[in-house]
Design a protein around this ligand. Structure first.
Ligand SMILES: [Zn+2]
Length: 236
């Protein structure tokens, strides 16, 4: 297996991608018309404590030559730019946005309501500007705080702001139907239906452990669907 840098992967597949992100992709040096799924490790980096975690995560990724995306909160990065750059500035890693301060880009049943459109614009644009200033490279991806069960479908105003800011992809589909968990394994799609064919959605998966173990201290939540979306998991 040839190591591949995160940036090269993005270039090759149009966009990059996320927990975990799936990419059904076709690369130029492979059999034409054949597609398969790639999973990309991704880390939401959203508090000063994440700095210590990043040091350990980065060490493992470098050792394994495994690409990753770090979705960084702009305000957290802005508070400690030199240290974050020292740790994350490596071709193996993509640095993408986790918004400026984790305010919602659309309503989320668990995380609350979205602020005004102007505030959402700040969340979208200011984080990107900060990342590009600190890392001196383009910031192509955006993972909204908390994510949503329908991605950003049906939010043309928000999608327009994301597009105008210059992002190439969003990773916002982080929940199963009706805000259940785990998030289903969905293929990437673009936002043609909402008028933005050049903007991709790379769904994220595998972060439900945070809630199963109550790591984020949300307490008990109704998270599981019944009937389940995985009928094969039910014994005959
Ligand atoms: Zn977050």
């Amino acid at each position: 297996m040839h190591p591949i840098s995160r940036r090269q992967l993005i270039k090759t597949t149009l966009v990059g991608g996320i927990g975990l992100t799936t990419l059904s992709c076709m690369t130029t040096n492979q059999v034409p018309h054949r597609t398969w799924t790639r999973y990309i490790a991704a880390y939401d980096t959203e508090s000063p404590a994440c700095l210590a975690a990043c040091r350990k995560i980065v060490e493992v990724h470098k050792r394994m030559e495994m690409p990753a995306t770090f979705f960084v909160l702009g305000s957290v990065l802005d508070a400690n730019p030199a240290e974050f750059r020292k740790i994350l500035d490596d071709p193996l890693f993509e640095i993408a946005s986790h918004t400026w301060s984790h305010r919602m880009l659309r309503n989320n049943v668990f995380c609350g309501e979205a602020p005004s459109m102007e505030d959402r614009r700040i969340e979208i644009a200011k984080s990107k500007e900060t990342i590009e200033r600190v890392f001196e490279r383009p910031c192509l991806g955006l993972r909204p705080g908390c994510g949503f069960d329908n991605a950003l479908r049906g939010e043309p105003e928000v999608l327009k702001m994301i597009h105008e800011a210059g992002y190439r992809y969003v990773s916002s589909l982080l929940w199963g139907p009706d805000y259940s968990l785990p998030a289903l394994l969905e293929d990437p799609f673009d936002y043609s239906a909402d008028g933005f064919p050049g903007l991709w959605e790379l769904p994220g998966h595998g972060w439900h452990e945070n809630l199963l173990k109550n790591n984020n201290q949300w307490g008990p939540k109704r998270l599981v669907l019944w009937p389940p979306p995985f009928p094969e998991a039910i014994p005959d």
